[in-house]
Design a protein around this ligand. Structure first.
Ligand code: UGC
Length: 169
């Protein structure tokens, strides 16, 4: 079955079931200087071992997703470099179930603009992000450790229940 959903703007409230949002706070900066304002800490990444960074060049392609991965033991910070990206996510129903499949009915797609970032919660299903237009580059930061169900395998992708497909736009 095919499902069709709209891409949503990234807001703290809409993204809450999937993790945390990093964006400029409306509150006054905690530090300022000559020509700069600083807010810290705007968000926390919960880790217990060193983190590593990965880079993805994501290429223009059809807006549809059939499978996702998840990291049940680790949060993941993710941010676009140069251009807007779209991040599909799905709810984690049971973080202790190694055989869980992502539920296509829980999928949401969020637009992340340069200057914004997300921290995916542990176990939250996600596909690689998509570029809005053309090709784009994004970075992710995650603990360098084995995940509980071994999602460092070569092929961590799990198809949606019943082989469903989610299209977005
Ligand atoms: N988010 C993304 O594109 N990739 C990471 O989740 C990863 O583990 O490779």
């Amino acid at each position: 079955m095919q499902h069709r959903i709209n891409v949503e703007e990234l807001t703290e409230e809409a993204f809450r079931p999937f993790g945390k949002v990093i964006d400029l706070p409306s509150a006054a900066p905690s530090k300022t200087g000559d020509g700069w304002d600083c807010w810290s800490y705007v968000q926390m990444l919960d880790v217990d071992v060193p983190v590593g960074a990965g880079l993805v060049v994501t290429k223009e392609r059809e807006f549809q997703v059939a499978s996702m991965e998840r990291h049940v033991s680790r949060e993941e910070l993710l941010l676009p470099f140069d251009k807007e990206i779209i991040q599909p996510v799905a709810l984690c129903a049971n973080i202790d179930d190694p055989d869980e499949c992502p539920d296509p009915l829980s999928v949401k797609c969020f637009k992340i603009k340069p200057g914004q970032a997300i921290i995916l919660g542990r176990g939250v299903w996600h596909s690689p992000a998509y570029p809005v237009v053309g090709d784009a580059r994004y970075m992710f930061v995650i603990e360098k450790k084995q995940d509980k169900f071994g999602d460092e395998m070569i092929k961590p992708w799990v198809e949606f229940k019943n082989g469903d497909i989610v299209q977005f736009g």
